[in-house]
Design a protein around this ligand. Structure first.
Ligand SMILES: Cc1ncc(C[n+]2csc(CCOP(=O)(O)OP(=O)(O)O)c2C)c(N)n1
Ligand SMILES: [Mg+2]
Length: 363
């Protein structure tokens, strides 16, 4: 977990540098400070569980094992990137690792997550979907509409709200009638939980429990992680809406040194182990930047490709295209093999449904 959090941090520090050098264009949102959330959750899930997120998305792909060089190349707009440089920072997509984007529309990924969860139930696949979004997205209509249907259909989704306290420059308390997002689960008879998003081990434990809840057919969970981003909203934000002192205070709870201190105190690792890990990660990130720098721009003709996929057309796995390695590609049962055993609860019975503890607390 330390290695992955450190990898995200180093990778994104190099993104900031590359942005300043004009190698990354357009929007670029950094995840620095929030690493414990992606890492704790990913460790608690299976590698074949679906993952969707917003535009602050580089770190999730790294937690799933995406190729750092191809990821950096995508940000640099190079042809060796995951989407041949056509997606860029906000639209990271790595289907080999079940990372289904990267979305720039706030809250846009939330209904899509209900769709993937519906698909896995329909196909009788034992898969959980985890959908990450910010606290500002929880004020979007798509959030409420999706929670309603996901709860009604008992879809296996973890709705994971990363509450970093700001939506661009707006503090959550200024625009929310219910700033504690996890409490909103009660409105939809849904389990709601709050976790310290700076503590990777706490995130891991609660996410494991939430995934078990979903796999047991008990329906979705709304999990809120209390976290903070140390950088501006995007690379072009000077973050004047919050004080330096506030950021300094928050940095004292940085999840990376926190895990190191815990491991040293528990004597499960020594300083030398961390130093070796950090050196290894630094060389991986150096190599990623070298690879992206040396990669060609996509050919002009690429403007006309990949817009539509014909039925049955084979997609070339990105790592196969770029690295020439054989890639295990997700497959799904065909229509013939579908055996749908899941029945939707008749509408009339909803009123008899048992009240969730959250609902009881609120009423
Ligand atoms: C539908 C929509 N409205 C507005 C925007 C502009 N916008 C981009 S990010 C953002 C703030 C989102 O904040 P939050 O959901 O808390 O995520 P965070 O950036 O903090 O990770 C806004 C309003 C957008 N991209 N899409
Ligand atoms: Mg936010």
């Amino acid at each position: 977990m330390y290695r992955t959090m450190y990898l995200i941090r180093r990778f994104e520090e190099r993104c900031a540098q590359a942005y300043g050098q004009g190698k990354i264009n357009g929007f670029c949102h950094l995840y620095i400070g929030q690493e414990a959330v992606a890492v704790g959750v990913t460790e608690a899930l299976r590698p074949t569980d679906y993952l969707l997120t917003a535009y602050r998305d580089h770190g999730y792909a790294l937690t799933r094992g995406a190729d750092p060089g191809m990821l950096m190349a995508e940000l640099f707009g190079r042809g060796t990137g995951y989407s041949k440089g056509k997606g860029g920072s906000m639209h990271i997509y790595d289907i080999e690792h079940y990372v289904l984007g990267g979305y720039g529309i706030v809250g846009g990924q939330i209904p899509l997550a209900a769709g993937t969860a519906f698909a896995s139930r329909y196909r009788n696949e034992d898969r959980v979907t985890v959908c990450f979004f910010g606290e500002a997205a929880a004020n979007q209509g798509s959030f409420h509409e999706t929670l309603n249907m996901a709860s009604k259909w008992k879809l296996p989704v973890i709705f994971l709200c990363e509450n970093n306290r700001y939506g661009m420059g707006t503090a959550m308390e200024r625009v929310s009638a219910v700033p504690a997002v996890h409490k909103r689960g009660g409105a939809y008879q849904m389990r709601g939980e709050l976790v310290d998003g700076r503590d990777v081990l706490a995130v891991f434990e609660v996410a494991k429990d939430c995934a078990a809840h979903c796999r047991a057919g008990k329906g979705p969970v709304l999990l809120e992680a209390d976290t903070y981003r140390y950088r501006g909203h995007s690379m072009s934000d000077a973050a004047t809406y919050r004080s330096k002192k506030e950021v300094e205070e928050e940095r004292k709870a940085d999840p990376i040194p926190k895990l190191r201190a815990w491991a040293l105190a528990a004597k499960v690792a020594a300083d030398a182990d961390f130093d070796a890990l950090e050196a290894e990660v630094k060389s991986i990130v150096d190599e990623a930047v070298r690879f992206a720098d040396a990669s060609p721009e996509p050919a002009v003709e690429e403007v006309w490709t990949d817009h539509l996929v014909e039925p049955g057309e084979r997609d070339v796995p990105p790592r196969e295209r770029v690295r020439g390695v054989k890639v295990a590609w997700p497959t799904h049962p065909s229509g013939q093999e579908l055996k749908v055993t899941w029945e939707l609860e008749p509408a009339g019975r909803a009123a008899e449904g048992e009240e969730s503890p959250e609902m009881r607390k609120l009423s």
